[in-house]
Write a protein that binds this ligand. Structure first.
Ligand code: G1P
Ligand code: ZN
Length: 544
């Protein structure tokens, strides 16, 4: 086996976005495209030689090819050992868990999360650092800088190794350990939640649940945890076999894309609890019988009920939410006297708050919830958290949420996405809105008066780094908000996200349809941002 140094030329488009480098599979299939990025990661890091790194992905098309390439490049670049998930499978939260458990230097996650897969779908690669979390901006910027100058990469000439079962291998001087994809993660979950109590709940004849893995990475995890360990009947996990193209679906757990689960939970005689997770297992959607829990409400509820879970009994140090996430959790934090942080979109911004013990629970409106147990959001963790609460309270999901609203008020919340619009038009929309910002405070729109209007800027309280232009916020005097930003994960054109929120304290008004409750604010957003004009769309593509 010898190390080959291959001459290459830079690609101009290897700038990591909200969550790593995400592109169409066809882009990754270009000669040297993946290799350039991986070498740029190594070139931007110091001190990884001889160390351990973790490698795995969500099983989508191109996963295996990429794993073999990265193994050989890791060896050629002097990595000491790679822990690789069996079959190349490691969910994003499991990768974070394995990095932390083994004190690894970092890891590569191969996933485009909730984006569709298959030869015509998307692929992605993300580098995580030694705390188990996504590389912070200064690291991703260094990777990007290297990618623009790269001239050669190193790769071991060797045949592929068999990653189909756990075992030990040598690749050049480097060790490779193929690990069980689920074991470490399950152990961590058992340390946080009261599994015995959840077993009792599931055994009681009155409780039924359904978990939709959407033919993505959580299939093996969910079967092991819910069916084998917690005793739920076989068949509880649906769409449990990971497929390279996710069965043609869009592995995003929301009311639009998780339609199999939605049909089951909104049917007559539906189960008591339903949950879905995304391509790489870091997102979650929680449903009760005929009832949808918004991710923002879920974060608030987990915070309010954390003392019911053994892992959080000792108390929370604080909570954090991404800026567009509803302010429901802020109200709980206030009552519990907890610090509450507002960060830019993307899990990487929670890393410092978690490392510095400023926040214990974190969440995003985009179906992401997590805690200090790892440094990624964690779909099945959120499902277990809910099950632990249900096992203690023995009330329905709907009753628990309604009781929460009556105690804290209800934050009506919705996100409207306009996908695949022209990038130029989308940028014009944002620029046009930015120009209006100084003149908006004080303006009245019907009964709504603008209190503030800005482009969100974040100063990290730990390392004092500043991140600008993170989305336009228009806040009204009654606590309502409209937020607009462009997606940093899309791969085709631009995606405009419009987030709308209002607050209602009166419980007699907690039964409205969300879109109706937000109708006036939706119209104001349309007027201010001229959404139809710029996007050339009459309606959003996806409403969550
Ligand atoms: C989206 C979500 C964001 C999440 C990210 C990765 O990013 O909005 O909350 O962290 O996916 O899962 P966006 O496409 O909006 O940049
Ligand atoms: Zn994901």
């Amino acid at each position: 086996m010898s190390i080959r140094t291959v001459k290459t030329t830079p690609f101009a488009d290897q700038k990591p976005g909200t969550s790593g480098l995400r592109k169409a599979v066809t882009v990754f299939e270009q000669p040297n495209y993946l290799e350039n990025f991986v070498q740029s990661v190594f070139d931007s890091l110091d001190g990884y030689q001889g160390q351990t790194i973790v490698l795995g992905g969500d099983g989508r098309f191109y996963n295996r090819t990429a794993i073999n390439t990265i193994l050989k490049m890791s060896s050629a670049n002097g990595v000491g050992k790679v822990l690789v998930g069996c079959n190349g499978i490691l969910s994003t939260p499991a990768t974070s868990c394995v990095i932390r458990e083994n004190g690894a230097f970092g890891g590569f996650i191969l996933s485009a999360s909730h984006n569709p897969g298959g030869p015509d779908g998307d692929f992605g690669i993300k580098y995580n650092i030694g705390n188990g979390g996504p590389a912070p901006e200064k690291v991703t910027e260094a990777i990007y800088a290297k990618s623009k100058q790269i001239q050669e990469y190193k790769i071991l000439e060797a045949s592929d190794i068999n990653i189909d079962r756990p075992g030990f291998f040598k690749l050049g001087l480097m060790q490779v350990e193929v690990i069980d994809s689920v074991a470490s993660y399950l152990k961590l979950m058992e340390n946080i939640f009261d599994f015995d109590q959840i077993v009792d709940l599931i055994k009681s004849n009155s409780f039924r649940l359904c978990i939709d893995s959407m033919h993505a990475v959580t299939g093996p995890y969910a079967q092991k945890i819910f069916e084998q360990r917690l005793g739920a009947p076989v068949g509880t996990v649906i769409n449990g076999v990971p497929l390279e193209d996710f069965g043609g679906g869009h592995p995003d757990p929301n009311l639009v894309y998780a339609h199999d689960l939605v049909e089951i939970l909104f049917a007559q005689n539906a189960p008591d609890f339903g949950a879905a997770s995304d391509g790489d297992g870091d997102r979650n959607m929680i449903l009760g019988r005929n009832f949808f829990v918004t991710p923002s409400d879920s974060l608030a509820l987990l915070t309010a009920n954390a003392q019911l879970v053994p892992g959080y009994k000792a108390g929370l140090s604080g909570v954090a939410r991404s800026m567009p996430t509803s302010m429901a959790v802020d109200r709980v934090a206030k009552r519990l006297n907890l610090p509450c942080y507002e960060t830019p979109t993307g899990w990487k911004f929670f890393g410092n708050l978690l490392d510095d013990s400023r926040a214990t629970l974190c969440g995003e409106e985009s179906f992401g919830t997590g805690s200090n147990h790892i440094r990624e959001k964690d779909g099945l963790w959120a499902v277990l958290f809910w099950l632990n609460i249900l096992a203690v309270r023995r009330e329905s999901v709907e009753a628990i949420v309604r009781q929460h609203w009556s105690e804290y008020g209800r934050n009506y919340y919705s996100r409207h996405d306009y996908e695949e619009v022209s990038s130029d038009r989308a940028n014009e929309l944002v620029n046009n809105l930015r120009l209006q910002l100084p003149s908006l405070p004080g303006q009245k729109y019907g009964s709504y008066q603008v209190e503030y209007a800005d482009d969100f800027s974040y100063t990290d309280p730990v390392d004092h780094s500043v991140t600008n232009n993170q989305g336009i916020r228009i806040g009204f005097s009654d606590g309502s908000r409209i937020v607009l930003r462009l997606s940093g994960t899309g791969t085709k054109g631009a995606t405009l996200r419009v987030y709308i929120e209002s607050y209602e304290v009166d419980s007699s008004k907690h039964n409205l349809d969300t879109q109706k409750a937000l109708a006036t604010l939706i119209d104001i957003a349309q007027d201010l941002a001229k959404i139809t004009y710029y996007t050339e769309r009459q309606a959003p593509t996806v409403i969550t």
